[in-house]
Design a protein around this ligand. Structure first.
Ligand code: SF4
Ligand code: SF4
Length: 468
């Protein structure tokens, strides 16, 4: 017997603008009333489902299955009144729940002999130990081996490696995975990193974590695959449009490629902000002894994630803030976060600095040459030391400031036309402190500063001063 119009249970209606085409309602319907869509919605770029409601009995299971708050609703219509689903089905448990942070779990590892691996492999292993199981990328020398190893290992670890059609696609896939709250990363190199920057800005605006391992090579343009520190300016000052910053970590050995990748995942979730790990082409390729930590992480799930389940259906992630004052408030919030990073995350490694009056400043592979130069200079009676920024943004100015009163000379050793010196000078300028003479040794195109060259320049400078 047909039910009277007033008593008929409402059939569903799809708001195409809110349907992401996930298909959960398709599986929920026992009457085969819901089919995967075939047409792209012009407003969203997604493909909403299609309803064929001849057999629909208004059970409402599809509405309950939909993770979008407004995807499926009881349909208004001539033959029945719009019903309040809460009255019909009771309150949705999902909307009553407030998601909470599920913390990461430390999983102890047995003691292991050190490995001998190249820098990109060390970084990939670090990511796996940090709990990353979602890696996206587009191959580019000299970073490709990291992605290649992930492509081999992740399918065995219930993870995903996806080679995207481009770097632009890569960063946008990261946006999606990161929005779901899962640790994700990419391996890239300078020209690829440039292409990702628009997406990095979106991730920063939407406060999404993600780790970008950039094995820098020579530029501009295609340049070459030599170990230039070509992207310091981009990573520290140019992460896409708008008010953007990210922590920039700077390893100098394969061991640090592993350690700092693990740290990058911790920091990217701590601040809900991308983290950039800057290696250079040489560091990506050289092999070195790498010890593994005594534990690995099984990632948790942050409460803000759009995870696609009922508990997180109230979450929204985007970077659009249309009201002028609202956007200013959002930027003030970002600035407060950047200030916290600058205050709490400065890191530097100091070598022979306690009594140094001549300070070499270098990072990545050039720091190895500078370290050799410090040893050679010490043999010749020069009180030399090495200051190695591990964070290039924020520049570790607090540790450097403590050394300034004892210094007669600073020499910046870098494989770029002054990008690291620019960061140093900017940090000194904001610190508003008296500085000693700053000199530099710079090479480009994959040419690295050599230990002998550094020693000779320091000795020549001292001889000139002695003659004055
Ligand atoms: S209300 Fe029930 S029968 Fe109708 S489309 Fe939804 S799940 Fe299928
Ligand atoms: S469950 Fe909701 S979002 Fe997913 S396809 Fe169905 S209507 Fe669209």
């Amino acid at each position: 017997m047909p039910s009277s119009p007033g008593n008929e249970r409402p059939k569903p209606f799809v708001f195409a603008e809110y349907c992401k085409g996930c298909g959960r309602c398709v599986g929920a319907c026992a009457k085969d009333c819901i089919h995967a869509g075939t047409e792209i919605n012009a407003l969203t770029g997604l493909v909403p489902i299609e309803l064929h409601l001849d057999n629909c009995n208004g059970c409402g299971l599809c509405i309950a299955a939909c993770p979008e708050p407004f995807g499926l609703q009881p349909a208004p219509g001539a033959d029945f009144d719009l019903q309040d689903p809460e009255k019909m089905f009771g309150a949705r448990p999902s909307t009553a729940q407030k998601p909470t942070d599920i913390p990461a779990v430390r999983v102890p590892l047995p003691p292991m002999e050190p490995l001998v691996v190249k820098g990109t492999y060390a970084s990939a292993l670090g990511a796996l130990l940090a709990g990353c199981r979602h890696v996206y990328g587009y191959p580019i020398t000299p970073s490709t081996e990291g992605a290649e190893l992930m492509a081999k290992l992740l399918p065995k670890l219930d993870g995903v490696f996806l080679q995207a059609v481009s770097e632009v696609a890569t960063v946008n896939i990261m946006y999606g995975a990161s929005g779901a709250g899962v640790p994700c990363m990419t391996f890239t190199s300078s020209p690829g990193f440039s292409l990702m920057l628009e997406g990095v800005s979106y991730m920063i605006g939407a406060e999404l974590p993600g780790v970008f391992v950039n094995i820098m090579r020579g530029g501009p343009g295609l340049g070459n695959i030599g170990p230039e520190q070509a992207d310091v300016k981009l990573a520290c000052r140019g992460l896409g449009h708008g008010n953007t910053h990210a922590l920039v970590l700077c390893p100098a050995t394969p061991q640090e490629m592993l350690d700092l990748t693990i740290l990058a995942f911790e920091l990217t979730f701590k601040y809900r902000n991308p983290v950039v790990l800057l290696g250079d082409g040489y560091l990506g390729q050289i092999t070195g002894k790498v010890s593994l930590p005594d534990h690995m992480l099984q990632p948790g799930l942050p409460s803000w994630a759009v995870f696609g389940d009922a508990a997180h259906r109230g979450n929204v992630i985007n970077s659009i803030v249309l009201g002028e004052r609202d956007l200013e408030v959002h930027n003030e919030h970002l600035n407060a976060k950047y200030a916290r990073m600058a205050a709490e995350e400065q890191r530097a490694a100091l070598y022979e600095c306690a009594d140094a009056d001549t300070l070499l400043i270098a990072c990545n592979t050039p720091a190895q040459m500078a370290k050799g130069a410090v040893r050679a200079l010490r043999h010749q009676g020069v009180k030399a030391g090495l200051f190695r920024p591990i964070t290039l943004w924020p520049f570790p100015i607090d540790a450097l400031k403590a050394l300034l009163p004892q210094l007669k000379r600073i020499m910046v050793v870098e494989a770029s036309p002054g990008q690291i010196e620019d960061e140093l000078r900017l940090a000194l300028s904001y610190a508003d402190v008296a500085t000693p003479k700053i000199e530099h040794i710079r090479h480009m195109g994959g040419v690295l500063p050599q230990t002998n060259e550094i020693v000779e320049r320091v000795l020549a400078g001292r001889a000139q001063e002695a003659q004055r």
